[in-house]
Design a protein around this ligand. Structure first.
Ligand code: ATP
Length: 266
């Protein structure tokens, strides 16, 4: 199938994530001001904009860390605006943070296994009632955690405590952790920030591989080179509003975007 056909098909399917007229106020400040967009199935969508544009607030709203003042958020066509973050994880929404904080004294594999969804072992009673099922599920979770550590090139450190990892390796671990819950969409908050050039290439390759396996991404990033290389489409926010959207080339040429960045830098 050609890229254009795939894109046309994605445009007609139910969006993975939708923001509809979303507003979020903090006292007198309107951090997100009437923002609407769709994230199409299978795409890598970038969210860029100068500092203070409202990008992180938008992520917090999509993930359910904060609730909108008004407007709607839909996950796979289901209204979730009033739902808590853990419920949205259960519906297939994964999120990474700008500064990942793994549990430093647990091993990498333990950190990844902790992110498994709906494991019977988490329910104390199940340990007594169905111990064999619990043991089988834990073995399956461990196998999956090892596969994911392999995917993010950290398998050789699987039994080391997470505190030994560099900032860039923590971002890779975070990607493995979020994958453990079988997400349909992953919100990535500045995956390139503070990462050295070599590891950045690994992160870009892994995101591409994971996307090709069918997982949709929404990505906040200040590294425009990464956005241009990875994203199929880009949204630009400025002063809480959606300024424009288009291909990476289109938004880079848009005078409104140049103006917003120059204004922000002034
Ligand atoms: N909890 C809060 N209370 C009050 N104001 C807030 C809060 N969170 C964010 N803001 C304000 O909302 C606006 C948008 O901030 P936000 O962090 O969403 O921007 P951003 O685009 O992610 O910026 P950056 O690229 O610097 O991370 C800013 O003016 C910020 O100071």
């Amino acid at each position: 199938m050609s890229d254009t056909t795939a894109q046309q098909r994605a445009e007609t399917r139910t969006p993975v994530l939708t923001a509809r007229n979303v507003v979020r106020r903090f006292g007198g400040l309107v951090a997100v001001n009437n923002v609407s967009f769709d994230v199409r199935p299978g795409e890598i969508l970038g969210l860029i904009g100068p500092n203070g544009a409202g990008k992180t607030t938008m992520f917090d709203l999509l993930a359910g860390s904060i609730l909108p003042t008004s407007g709607e958020i839909l996950l796979n066509g289901v209204l979730v605006s009033g739902e808590a973050a853990h419920r949205r994880i259960g519906r297939g929404l994964g999120r990474t943070f700008q500064i990942p904080r793994p549990l430093p004294n647990l091993t990498l594999i333990e950190n990844v296994m902790l992110a498994a969804q709906g494991q019977a072992g988490e329910r104390l009673l199940a340990n007594f009632l169905t111990p064999r099922r619990v043991a089988a599920e834990e073995r399956a979770a461990e196998t999956r955690a090892i596969e994911l550590l392999e995917l993010v090139t950290l398998a050789r450190l699987a039994h080391e405590p997470a505190r030994v990892l560099s900032g860039g390796q923590r971002k890779l671990l975070e990607l493995a952790r979020v994958m453990m819950a079988n997400p349909a969409i992953i919100l990535l908050d500045e995956p390139a920030a503070g990462v050295n050039a070599t590891l950045l290439e690994v992160i870009i390759d892994r995101i591409r591989d994971i996307n090709r396996s069918g997982i949709t991404f929404l990505l906040i990033e200040h590294n425009i080179d990464m956005v241009t290389r990875l994203c199929h489409r880009v949204l630009v926010m400025a002063s809480g509003q959606l300024l424009c959207e288009g291909s990476p080339d289109e938004v880079a040429r848009d005078p409104r975007v140049i103006e917003a960045y120059l204004g922000g830098a002034a």
